[in-house]
Ligand binder design. Structure first.
Ligand SMILES: NC(=O)c1ccc[n+]([C@@H]2O[C@H](COP(=O)([O-])OP(=O)(O)OC[C@H]3O[C@@H](n4cnc5c(N)ncnc54)[C@H](OP(=O)(O)O)[C@@H]3O)[C@@H](O)[C@H]2O)c1
Length: 287
């Protein structure tokens, strides 16, 4: 198998760490990203030990800050002359209280949409230098559970709830990744594919903030028996990142067992463009 250079965001825990272990076992060169240095170094040791692969380095950045996303992209550009695979895995859920980042953006939209949008945009030059590059972005089956996409209130200033922000951020990221496909086509760039995946429902630390609410904690507890492991949750990411059959597949949405159809209930080409333009506008200073 051809050895690739692969960046996985949020690889210090859960599905990202399992994705990294599997891709390390395949012998690729990995860059594992985390926000906590100690935790990421511990993950590095675990991944190295389990895979026997030493070609793994770490990258630390808090992706709730857009300038940190810019810094991490700059760091990668300094160290590598090309990138074969970007796995946008880092993601989070927060509480029912709307909170904003250092840049003044709603936190859920930032980590699940704006940060992967910005990172992907900043790394396009490196991905263009790969013989055959892939961008894999972890969405969620919850993309269809956030209710109506309120396109004139993307950051949910008037309509925030935990489930709405999580669900809609995971819907918009599907639209945005498909928009990258048309952007690349428009620019005549043919070597990069963009797919989204969902991990099913896996037992990870994702609910660390949201379960501070008693209601969410009860829902999580009741749902627990239906949950799979992080390793099973990682299957769709691993396949999209490395399976030879997916070499030319682009603009699709995958689960553990293969391609699925995402919800198109609130989709229109105009809505996709509005979300794209919004991402472009708020990240302008960092590109
Ligand atoms: N678990 C599920 O059932 C499920 C279902 C659908 C979709 N997903 C998606 O799967 C992806 C992985 O989630 P998971 O379930 O594996 O959750 P997790 O165990 O909480 O892992 C999330 C990863 O993202 C990192 N991260 C979180 N906030 C960050 C920030 N501000 N800056 C940088 N890194 C940050 C975490 O770092 P720390 O280690 O420092 O916390 C961790 O490495 C997410 O995109 C999530 O939305 C999960």
């Amino acid at each position: 198998m051809e050895r690739k250079i692969i960046l996985i965001t949020g690889a210090s825990d859960g599905i990202g760490k399992e994705t990294a272990k599997a891709l390390a076992k395949q012998g690729h060169t990995l860059i594992i990203h985390g926000r906590n240095k100690q935790k990421t170094l511990a993950a590095l040791e675990e991944i190295k030990k389990e895979s026997g692969n030493d070609n793994i380095s770490t990258l630390i950045a808090d992706m709730l800050s857009l300038s940190e996303v810019r810094r991490m992209a700059d760091e990668i550009k300094q160290k590598y002359n090309h990138l074969d695979v970007l796995v946008n895995n880092a993601g989070a859920q927060f509480t029912n209280q709307r909170e904003t980042t250092v840049d003044g953006h709603e936190k859920t939209m930032t980590i699940n949409l704006f940060a992967p949008f910005l990172l992907t945009t900043l790394l396009l030059d490196l991905l263009k230098k790969s013989k055959s590059a892939r961008v894999v972005t972890v969405s969620s089956a919850a993309h269809s559970m956030g209710g109506k996409a309120i396109i004139d209130d993307i950051e949910l200033k008037q309509h925030y709830s935990m489930s709405k922000s999580y669900g809609i951020s995971k819907l918009y990221v599907i639209w945005i990744m498909r928009h990258f496909v048309s952007e690349m086509k428009r620019k005549g760039i043919t070597n990069i594919t963009f797919n989204t995946v969902h991990p099913g429902s896996a037992m990870t630390s994702l609910g660390r903030e949201s379960t501070k609410s008693l209601l969410v904690k009860i829902i999580y507890t009741l749902w627990r028996p239906m949950m799979t492991t992080a390793a099973i949750g990682a299957i769709s990411s691993i396949n999209a990142a490395s399976s030879p059959e997916m070499e030319d597949t682009t603009g699709k949405y995958f689960g553990e067992k293969g391609e699925e159809k995402p919800s198109e209930k609130y989709y229109s080409i105009e809505n996709e463009q509005i979300v794209w333009d919004y991402c472009m506008k708020i990240t302008e200073a960092y590109r």
